[in-house]
Design a protein around this ligand. Structure first.
Ligand code: FES
Length: 104
């Protein structure tokens, strides 16, 4: 199994404040949420039918999918409204020297 490390994702200066920012790590499309409780990262792909959550409506805590309006808590990935029933895949993240990093 490959060892995990903290890996640079995005300078904090490039983050859309109080919003969701798309980011790429290798082939992964990620969504970086600037929430009222800090920064959180998930796969951008909705767990319902795969829409890109970066195009959804974000209110600082919850992300609403642009395709069928499923709702997720951006801090935990928990589904909060139908048709979303499965958690988002979240990535452990931190800020280090002005850069958002993910643990992978
Ligand atoms: S694809 Fe996101 S709720 Fe259906």
């Amino acid at each position: 199994m490959r060892e995990k490390f903290w890996r640079d994702l995005l300078p904090i200066a490039e983050l859309e404040q109080n919003d969701v920012t798309p980011a790429k790590y290798g082939t992964l499309d990620l969504a970086v949420y600037d929430t009222t409780d800090g920064i959180f990262v998930s796969l951008a792909k909705c767990s319902h039918q795969g829409a890109n959550l970066c195009h959804g409506y974000f209110d600082g805590k919850y992300i609403e999918c642009p395709l069928h309006q499923g709702l997720f808590d951006a801090r935990t990935g928990e589904p909060k409204a139908s048709p979303a029933t499965r958690k988002l895949i979240m990535l452990e993240s931190r800020i280090h020297k002005g850069v958002i990093q993910i643990f992978r």
